[in-house]
Design a binder for this molecule. Structure first.
Ligand code: ARG
Length: 226
């Protein structure tokens, strides 16, 4: 996989016909009997699945009315709903549950900073990519002299969100790393701050967001091979 420029095709849908309509993506796998768009219009809302632990794309924020999911992917979901003339409903779940939820029709689409890759594309259809991203490592300031790229993770405790490309890359690429998978990125950050893990690979903008909100954390380019 080319991890230097990962294409964020997070917008992925079982209902390819929506994209055929909106973006003009032709795909032979879209069946002529698929009536998902019609069903969505009839029910009056589209359900978007996401994992809101990935600022600035999706994250939980609070206002007077309680907690809500915000972020760039939510805005994208709202626009898709608007274009279809329906309301948007956001369903939050662990990142590794999203594709199953899509396949079992618990959600109509997934927008979750998700990259297209061949394995995922076997079971669901992706839209054209709307964002491209690199992987960065988030580490403790004090380890900056020891960890300068993903190669320095050999023999280290590395945390990654389960079901992500980053998890797989460390698993395959740094065999001697002790890899700890967690469902939620916030828990990974806590584990990093308390020294249980030494580094977390994640999409660069997300690493920047977490590093800027947590003192003592630093981000570095993972320099994963292209
Ligand atoms: N871009 C990575 C992937 O596709 C990680 C995405 C994680 N997204 C999230 N909302 N937690 O595997």
């Amino acid at each position: 996989m080319n991890s230097k420029k990962l294409y964020f095709t997070s917008l992925l849908m079982l209902v390819l016909s929506i994209f055929t309509m909106m973006f003009g993506v032709a795909n032979a796998s879209a069946s002529s009997t698929d009536n998902s768009v019609q069903q969505i219009k009839q029910k009056g809302y589209i359900v978007m699945g996401t994992s809101p632990d990935y600022p600035p794309y999706e994250f939980i924020g609070k206002d007077d009315g309680g907690s809500h999911v915000y972020g760039a992917d939510i805005e994208l979901g709202k626009q898709i709903a608007k274009d279809l003339g329906v309301k948007l409903k956001v369903k939050s779940m662990g990142f590794d549950s999203l594709l199953v939820a899509l396949q079992t029709k618990k959600v109509d689409m997934v927008i979750a900073g998700m990259n297209e890759n061949p394995q995922r594309a076997k079971s669901v259809d992706f839209s054209k990519s709307y964002y491209s991203s690199d992987t960065s490592l988030i580490i403790n300031d004090k380890d900056a002299s020891q960890i300068k790229s993903y190669k320095d993770l050999a023999g280290k405790n590395v945390g990654a969100q389960v079901g992500t490309i980053q998890y797989d890359e460390i698993k395959k690429g740094v065999k001697t790393a002790r890899l700890k998978g967690m469902e939620n990125v916030n828990d990974l950050i806590l584990a990093l701050k308390s020294g249980k893990i030494d580094a977390i690979p994640m999409d660069t903008a997300v690493a920047q967001a977490y590093a800027s909100h947590n003192t003592g954390l630093k981000i570095i380019d993972a320099k994963m091979k292209g």
